[in-house]
Design a protein around this ligand. Structure first.
Ligand code: NDP
Length: 334
């Protein structure tokens, strides 16, 4: 079994020596266990958080342990009555490895609905789509005529969040890096405007594109971009704080908005969330999200990198923006 093992907690950007790519034998299954041949590994900004020992929502990955990650694959062997060879399944909490042994109480069947590819289960119909849905609908709650601003808007979560905002009738403005990503938002996804944060002053662009201020902020980036949006939030505005990727490679605590008092003066709601907080509502979320996806009303892309051995170098793409859609590693053929 090939797998990635955490050797050092990264300082700044992840270095190739922070993790090791090792080969180990696969042990025999115990009663109630299944062996899954992993097909796709999800690469997520939060992988960088799990490698660190910063204050976080789960225990960090321990030094010497396999790197944690979301996977989907095919059951190869089973000692569980609930799974048979050939079933599509996720081990629950997986790892950066070719094969995973999961107990039947943790493994979940993951066959995609008819017409959807397997990659959808790792993106728009998986935790990525659920993150976008829960943050937008349950926290942001954009209403017709309101203005919603999404950061990292051309990314996996942001692109779906913005489209949900549109389906809810809001004006949606996305913030993304580069003209190509911005053009995708406005020309293909139906965003009302896009701001290339690499090209100029975000605040000035927000003033131009959001003349009536901002009612909903789906925040993925933090730092200066968040600050620019925050200082334009309207009375009773809502911020769904989904991520702060601009701070993940730093050891500093992540700064909040400079105008904290605006929460008081504008009666704002600022709510951080981790998608699994909403697990009890996933059924409700998928019931609305899946038809949108299957009817083509929500568009999405996957950026697939081949080979588990390339997982670590691929992860850095999330921090440079050098990927086109939900970043996945193909570990073995479907
Ligand atoms: P994306 O596909 O959005 O990839 C990350 C993107 O972030 C990059 O493409 C890049 O886009 C942008 N980015 C990276 N560094 C910076 C920076 N310093 N300043 C501005 N933009 C930057 O990844 P995901 O969709 O998986 O994740 C997006 C966010 O959602 C992350 O913050 C992540 O932590 C969060 N998240 C939260 C979850 C939760 O449960 N709360 C669950 C899943 C994700 P560009 O080219 O435009 O710069």
């Amino acid at each position: 079994n090939h797998r990635w093992v955490l050797r050092h907690r990264p300082h700044g950007e992840i270095k190739p020596t922070d993790l090791d790519y090792v080969a180990e034998p696969v042990r025999d299954l115990a009663e109630g266990e299944v062996l899954i041949r992993n097909v796709y590994l999800s690469l997520d900004p939060t992988n960088r958080i799990w490698m660190s020992d910063m204050e976080q929502y789960m225990p960090p990955v321990e030094i010497g342990s396999p790197m944690r990650g979301g996977t989907i694959g095919v059951v190869e062997a089973s000692r569980s009555a609930h799974f048979k060879p050939g079933d599509i399944a996720s081990p629950g909490l997986g790892a950066w490895e070719a094969y995973t042994i999961a107990h039947e109480t943790m493994a979940r069947p993951m066959a995609p609905p008819p017409g959807a590819p397997l990659t959808a289960m790792m993106s728009v119909l998986g935790l990525t789509g659920l993150t976008a849905y829960c943050g937008t609908v349950f926290i942001g709650d954009p209403k017709p005529g309101e203005t919603m601003v999404v950061s990292a808007a051309a990314g996996a979560v942001g692109s779906i969040a913005g489209q949900i905002g549109k389906l809810r009738g809001a004006r949606v403005i996305g913030i993304a890096g580069g003209p190509k990503k911005c053009a995708w938002l406005t020309e293909e996804l139906g965003f009302d405007g896009a701001i290339d944060y690499k090209a100029g002053d975000v605040g000035a662009a927000l003033d131009r594109l959001c003349p009536n201020g901002v009612d909903v902020n789906f925040e993925n980036v933090g730092g200066e971009i968040m600050d620019a949006v925050f200082s334009r939030m309207n009375k009773f505005g809502r911020m769904a704080l989904c991520g702060m990727i601009s701070g993940y490679n730093s050891r500093e605590t992540m700064p909040g908005p400079s105008d904290f008092g605006r929460i008081l003066m504008r009666s704002l709601t600022v709510k951080g969330f981790i998608v699994i907080d909403y697990m009890p509502r996933f059924g409700e979320a998928i019931a609305e999200l899946a038809p949108w996806v299957l009817q083509g009303r929500i568009k999405w892309k996957a950026h697939v990198v081949d080979g588990l051995e390339n997982a670590l170098s691929a992860l850095n793409r999330l921090f440079t923006g050098d990927h086109d859609g939900k970043l996945l590693v193909r570990i073995s053929p479907e």
